[in-house]
Design a binder for this molecule. Sequence first.
Ligand SMILES: [Fe+2]
Ligand SMILES: [Fe+2]
Length: 380
Amino acid sequence: MTREEIQRVQLLFAQLQGALKMATLYPPNHPLPREAQRKLLDLLMEHLAAAEHLTYAFVGGLIFVDGIVLPRESLVYQRFSQFCQEQARIGSLTFFPGIAAGEVEALVQFLNQSQQGDAAAWAVQKGLDHIKIGPITRTGKEERELLARGAYRGTIQILRDIETAIQSREALDVEDVGQLRFLTDTILQQIIQDPPLALRLASIRSYDEYTLHHSVNVCVLALGLGVFLGLPESLLRELAVAAIFHDLGKVAIPLGVVHKAGPLDDLEWRTLRRHPVKGADILSRISQGYRLPMIVAFEHHMQYDALGYPSLAQGWRQHPFSRIVSITDVYDAMASRQPHQPGIPTGKVLAYLREQKGKIFDPDLTDAFELMLASFAEKE
Ligand SMILES: [Fe+2]
Ligand SMILES: [Fe+2]
């Protein structure tokens, strides 16, 4: 879906909410609800002129459109999504080309009755040919998987937007960070219920958008380790945001250096090594509540023995979150196939982690990470 299409389906959803609101405030023949429904119909017709259908799906706390998660709408219209699933038992709403004013009106009326009922049967009975109401048919496990994967893809979209904004010298948008947080919370909730899910999610890779997927995979693995260690949920939520932003500073490094095939020369290497400082600088501009992402971005290459970069004052100790991220960072970077470099087998990656215990990596956390991989793999 293009950016404009996404904006249109967001607008469309807001218009549906507007039409519902108007219908509760005014009698059916009042011009205001009529006008709201007409606008909704116009938007639907405009969208469906170029699409075979349009589906909004409600899955737990997330709202999807044609399989893409809408983070902002999921947050803003939580009550509606909950109502659809819990009271009306609606899993999805699909609109088809040819939709007419009467069908929009009937849908608005039905949704406003807010009583428990079989929505799907109702649509068939009313003869709504261009609106299909899908029931909820998922099991708990299927729902968890859908939610986690949807939220994973959503974080990629938001990170992409954040990168574009920073590259065009705009400040980090607090609303984007809030949505990212909402999605990482969603992922966290699923991992708490099904810890091995962390490994399944971390195996989603992209060759074209390596850095974005790497950021999310490092976050997911860090959450897996955090859950395995039994960290409290409040800390895990902070860990998620910190981990996802660990390489944010790379947006300020020329792409030619970040994606270079073959070894870097001296100057390029020095440039790349500035990404922790750059990342901390970008993250320092968001509010006080977000100090941990700044710390983790700054320290993730510092190493356990403090011999990494940037070089720091003597006695500086790496934050435990930076130690966690430094392990999941190297693990993901080695295990996944990057531009110009194939992935390395897990056994070899683990051998490297073991070899660097006490040097690059915190020994206890490295042991825990290895135990986690074994334990989750066993449960799969
Ligand atoms: Fe890094
Ligand atoms: Fe990284």
